[in-house]
Write a protein that binds this ligand. Structure first.
Ligand SMILES: Nc1nc2c(ncn2[C@@H]2O[C@H](COP(=O)(O)OP(=O)(O)OP(=O)(O)O)[C@@H](O)[C@H]2O)c(=O)[nH]1
Ligand SMILES: [Mg+2]
Length: 664
């Protein structure tokens, strides 16, 4: 790849259909020889591969075929190693494959990596393939028939069942069967659905190298979207920004690469040290790498033992691999052939999206044990919360979200579930794009359909289930009624305080809060007075006699300095009843006009401020003050002096040292 100068005239690669063909099968069964016989390209590019005669890492080749209508079909080949020690390299290449050639040598028939690769293909949900019986020249017709029967039996019921996928004997040596194989590939390619080139682009990197005169080059199978020259991308998980200086598709310069093409990019903004296999290119500021994913996973029938809760495994997805810890929602373990929901924790973040397929390999010894599909790469609840809701309410968050999300067919329903689980927080369009990987247009069209059905409302850029607005209004009315009950003398609740309460208690988004307030005001269920929110009719609370009483209380304390009267005496001399007087006092205490020093003693704030001044002046004379000196200084009796000193201690104006005080 990248063998042509960038200045060569570009061809429009988007007009032709291009698909990715992957090889699979046991070591030495003739995968690389088959690719070479078809394309003329030796995919074993490493010196060590040529010397040892085996494939170690992924190899790439490409060819054009013309279908019966005369239209060109571009095939990009990913040739994988068959050696059991290099299965991880095989996994890095198999991710974007549309059509697989399962290679089985006629002189050896089914071998361990035939089985392991076949398991992997099924777990990854590869839908189309051709079984190729290679080295047909090395066996007689009878042996070939026996092998074919064995292979048919092996594939029965799978996506490669002989009734729907051909089994073709070939020889790379003599060329026998190659034309049949090409015809079969053309037929199969016509059934491969076109990938969504309008979706958001994701390129899992499988090779990084430098090219003289170009600089840094990365290659990969573009699994979705389109990449154009000059576009900027974010590298996951490092966050580095790179710019696409040049694009090559199947070895030729192009203006753009579209989903389903083998793609090479010449990048500005990164050296080969900054990039590695397993990283992913995606549009900037769109996605969030994650360390927790909810998945539906299945264990192979051939898994050597049950997968225990909290087991560590090797996790492979696209070109990336990592260690992962498995936690099941309910079960203690997963037995062979079983399927379950689980949460995987990764030691470092990865860009993963719903519907991404992955493979799990046992930690040690390393063998393929299962795999599955990502259901949610942005879990909103911890497993503990989910289990709690499950035991309390009968319906679990799992049922509400994961179960429907794991069936990916209905996008409206998926979006609905993602909005539902966010409750009063809602889901912003930006978050929705990051969670789903859908293009913004598609998201908006699904959202507006849900809005049209009256299920969802959009407030500014956030989506809420429709009923959340009603719930929010009810919560607001409850909170305000409660407020009036608590504080009958206050004219209303500051809006910012109410909003903060709602955010803390219900995670209510500001947008929903504003909409609920404005609805309630419109329907006259609430009143807004400046910054205050109140129920209608709760505006004027202080009647004349109450205002007068308030003034009297305040004056009684302000004029008495530190020699304050007993509170009950002050209250007894008022026009209002005791309960109302008590409320007025509460109000004065909250507004810090009066300050409670002990259960019985209340002072006016100005008296205490004056006291602080006296103490500060005293400090100039001595840092130590005895109770007696304090009494003398302030003129109060012991009954007042002790609580006042304790108050000053609490306020850190003084500190008790034995029977005396140190002034701080
Ligand atoms: N007689 C005969 N030999 C073949 C044929 N195809 C491949 N071979 C030989 O089989 C050996 C292995 O072929 P490769 O193509 O390297 O096998 P592979 O499946 O790519 O092996 P790995 O990549 O290491 O898994 C080589 O010595 C080939 O020459 C064939 O059709 N007929
Ligand atoms: Mg090979």
């Amino acid at each position: 790849m990248w063998g042509y100068p960038l200045s060569l005239s570009c061809y429009d690669s988007s007009e032709m259909k291009s698909i990715i063909v992957g090889t699979a099968g046991h070591i030495d069964h003739g995968k690389t020889a088959l690719v070479k016989a078809l394309t003329g390209i030796d995919a074993d590019r490493l010196e060590e591969e040529k010397r040892r005669g085996i494939t170690i890492d992924l190899g790439f080749a490409h060819m054009d075929l013309r279908d019966s209508n005369g239209e060109t079909l571009r095939l990009g080949f990913v040739d994988v190693p068959g050696h059991e020690r290099f299965v991880r390299n095989m996994l890095a290449g198999v991710g974007g494959v549309d059509l697989v050639l399962l290679v089985i040598a006629a002189d050896e028939s089914i071998k361990p990596q035939t089985r392991e690769h076949f398991d992997i293909l099924q777990l990854l949900g590869v839908k189309r393939g051709i079984t190729v019986l290679t080295k047909s020249d090395a066996v007689d017709a009878e042996t070939l028939d026996v092998v074919r029967l064995e292979v048919e039996e092996f594939l029965r019921g799978s996506f490669l069942d002989a009734s729907q996928a051909p089994i073709i004997p070939v020889s790379a040596l003599t060329g026998a069967g190659l034309e049949d194989l090409k015809r079969a590939m053309i037929a199969a390619a016509s059934q491969v659905p076109a990938r969504d080139s309008r979706a958001l682009a994701r390129l899992p990197i499988d090779r990084v190298f430098t090219m003289k005169g170009f600089g840094t080059v990365v290659t990969g199978t573009l699994i979705s979207g389109t990449i154009r020259k000059e576009e900027e991308f974010e590298v996951f998980p490092t966050g580095r920004r790179v710019r696409v200086r040049g694009v090559q598709v199947h070895g030729r310069s192009a203006d753009q690469a579209t989903a389903g093409q083998r793609t090479a990019l010449n990048l500005a903004g990164a050296s080969t040290d900054d990039l590695a296999r397993g990283m992913m290119l995606a549009p900037p500021e769109t996605f969030v790498a994650t360390r927790k994913i909810d998945v539906k996973l299945s264990l192979l029938a051939s898994a050597p033992r049950a997968l225990k809760n909290r087991a560590r495994v090797h996790f492979h997805c696209q070109s990336a691999e990592s260690i992962a810890e498995v936690e099941f929602y309910g079960a203690k373990e997963l037995k062979a052939s079983q399927v379950a929901f689980a949460r995987l924790s990764l030691p470092s973040p990865m860009l993963l999206l719903p519907e991404d397929r992955f493979i799990l390999r046992q930690f040690s010894p390393v063998v393929t044990i299962g795999g599955g599909v990502v259901v949610d790469a942005a879990p909103t609840h911890s497993l503990k919360e989910i289990r709690k809701v499950e035991t309390q309410a009968g319906t679990s968050i799992l049922e509400l979200t994961l179960e429907p999300l794991s069936r990916f067919e209905n996008r409206e329903a998926i979006l609905g579930n993602r909005i539902t689980r966010r409750g009063q927080r809602g889901l912003s369009l930006h978050e929705a794009v990051a969670e789903t990987g859908w293009h913004q247009d598609e998201l908006i069209s699904n959202a507006s359909s849900l809005t049209g059905q009256g299920l969802v409302i959009q407030i500014q850029n956030r989506l809420f289930m429709h009923f959340e607005l009603k719930l929010a209004q009810e919560s607001l009315l409850d909170a305000i009624s409660e407020f009036h009950k608590r504080d009958p003398l206050r004219p209303g609740m500051p809006k910012s305080e109410l909003q903060e309460d709602m955010r803390r208690a219900l995670d209510m988004a500001q947008e929903l809060f504003e909409a609920a307030i404005s609805n309630l005001v419109k329907t006259k269920k609430l009143e807004l007075a400046g910054d205050l929110v109140r129920l209608p009719g709760h505006g004027v609370v202080m009647k004349d006699e109450e205002a007068e009483s308030k003034k009297k209380i305040e004056e009684a304390f302000a004029s008495s300095g530190l020699k304050v009267p007993a509170l009950h005496e002050v209250i007894a001399g008022l026009k209002v009843d005791k309960a109302r007087a008590q409320k007025i006092v509460t109000l004065l205490l909250r507004d810090k006009v009066l300050i409670k020093v002990s259960d019985e003693l209340v002072f006016h704030h100005s008296a205490l401020a004056a006291l602080r001044g006296q103490i500060a002046a005293q400090k100039l004379k001595s840092r130590r003050i005895e109770v007696a000196a304090f009494k003398e200084l302030t003129g109060v009796s012991r009954k007042y002096a002790i609580p006042l000193l304790e108050y000053l201690d609490r306020e850190r104006v003084t500190r008790r040292v034995g029977d005396a005080r140190e002034i701080l």
